[in-house]
Design a protein. Structure first.
Length: 490
């Protein structure tokens, strides 16, 4: 790819001034249009060292309203970045609807050394483009001779000398190897929904004009597509699909769970004491060995999530964990991809994050209540699996619990809450309303468990009619998983 481009392309000043004047006006208009339609935009700049990424970004943002964009310089990782999964630092910086985020270097930095694969990159980008984001990727190319000339000029200037590193010179000497590596990267991650634009950056005027032209064209295409969708939605009045009945074809995951399992208070007390002591020791080892842990709790209303979480946290250092209660998304969270708010809370190395409700809301409550379209919740299974696979690859222990009770037990607990003053806050009209859709939720849970229980992020169905049994089982699973993970690192 790169060895075939013409590096001699130039722009004459007259044509450049004329085209740029038009492009600047159009970019300003399109920024406002994208904001009106709620289109998030990510613009990625990659390329050879000294190819002019900073210069091009500065030129590109000139006509934009500064209140609507942000530039991220991503070349250097902080200590905090290194203590999280590789994609954490990028996932937490994605734009909300109507905003533009510009990346001077990006997730592609981890491709040459294997921290992220081409397949992971394609999946990462696809979750955003599927959700309506415009992703524009530029690669700036210059020759070995031009790179050496620019590095020398930077190094000879006292103001810019600090920008040139020993590695920059090493890469210039190994230019052909770098070109081959970049070529592999571009070919492996060039897809229709997020194509690469290789910019011949020897002449700065030509490069700026090409970047602005491509960006204007992609923004116009995104606005046109969104306008067509909005108009089509007004015209269409689709009848409900005539689906064949599938109720008797469910996987039946929950139906086979034995909810009669129980413990005596004496057994519970003895086992809880031993397990909490183990958890205390394992939590310390987890911190020392820098193992991040994610515990995800889902389940029926009144299924015992809070009680199980409390028994885990009672014996561990509060400085090393965070319990994350998840509620309906607020306006800021709605303006981002649904996984964004969870990336913000994933633990750094050596810490534990415990989620009371999770990202699985997309395929449960959002599916059942119509807050997500069928297309959105159906693609969420692969998006979630990809995210969890990346977290596991980065060293995280991921355990997912479904707290399972039957309808009679749920009714008994609801009524008990209503009759107990200090527990009345736990029961709402929404809880009673959700009971009426038990069968719909059961079908969704079955599909969720089957499609997202993986080797590195398994689902554990907890028989929770007995609170004592459920709490012990959860703690035992956590202890076993931590022992396995920690022993594997010794």
């Amino acid at each position: 790819m790169l060895d075939k481009i013409n590096m001699k392309k130039e722009a004459n000043k007259k044509d450049y001034d004329s085209r740029m004047a038009h492009l600047e006006i159009r970019m300003g208009e399109l920024q406002r249009e994208c904001k009106r339609f709620g289109i998030p935009i990510m613009i990625v700049f990659e390329g050879f060292e000294a190819s002019g990424k900073g210069t091009m970004i500065n030129r590109m943002i000139r006509p934009l309203d500064p209140r609507g964009f942000k530039v991220y310089t991503m070349e250097k990782e902080t200590e905090e970045d290194r203590m999280h999964a590789y994609l954490w630092r990028y996932s937490t910086k994605t734009p909300s609807k109507g905003r533009i985020h510009i990346f001077d270097r990006s997730w592609y930095q981890g491709f040459p050394d294997g921290r992220i694969s081409a397949e992971e990159i394609r999946r990462f980008e696809k979750q955003f483009t599927d959700d309506g984001m415009l992703l524009v990727k530029f690669f700036l190319a210059i020759t070995k001779k031009e790179q050496k000339k620019r590095l020398q000029a930077l190094e000879n200037d006292k103001v810019t000398k600090w920008r040139v590193s020993k590695k920059d010179w090493e890469n210039n000497k190994a230019y052909d190897d770098c070109l081959a590596a970049y070529d592999d990267m571009l070919i492996a991650t060039d897809v229709s929904e997020a194509p690469w634009t290789v910019v011949e950056a020897m002449d700065k005027k030509y490069a700026a004009c090409k970047i602005m032209t491509i960006l204007v064209n992609r923004m116009e295409e995104a606005v046109r597509k969104r306008a067509d969708q909005a108009e089509g939605a007004k015209r269409e009045d689709k009848p409900e699909a005539d689906h064949e009945k599938e109720d008797d074809l469910q996987n039946g995951v929950l139906q086979r769970i034995d909810l009669s399992l129980d413990l005596t208070p004496e057994e519970y007390k003895e086992r809880k004491k031993k397990l909490q002591k183990k958890l205390e020791l394992l939590h310390n080892q987890m911190y020392l060995q820098r193992v991040p842990v994610i515990l995800a709790f889902e389940g029926w209303d009144a299924g015992g999530k809070g009680g199980a979480i409390k028994r885990i946290t009672q014996s561990i250092d509060p400085r090393g964990y965070e319990v994350v209660p998840v509620s309906a998304p607020n306006d800021l969270e709605k303006s981002h991809h649904y996984l964004w708010k969870f990336w913000e809370k994933f633990p750094k190395d050596g810490h534990m994050a415990i989620f009371d409700r999770t990202w699985y809301g997309r395929v449960l409550v959002e599916r059942i209540e119509g807050f997500a379209t069928e297309e959105e919740w159906k693609r969420a299974y692969s998006e979630i699996n990809n995210m969890e696979a990346h977290l596991a690859k980065s060293g995280a222990v991921i355990l997912k619990f479904w707290m399972h009770i039957d309808q009679d037990e749920q009714k008994r607990r609801f009524e008990q809450r209503q009759e107990t003053p200090e527990k009345q806050w736990k029961i709402t009209e929404e809880d009673w309303r959700n009971r009426a859709r038990w069968d719909d939720y059961e079908k969704a849970v079955d599909e969720m468990v089957v499609r997202t229980s993986t080797k590195n992020a398994p689902w554990h169905i907890i028989e929770a009619n007995s609170k004592l049994y459920a709490r012990i089982k959860v703690m035992q699973i956590v202890v076993d998983a931590l022992e396995k993970a920690l022993n594997g690192r010794r």
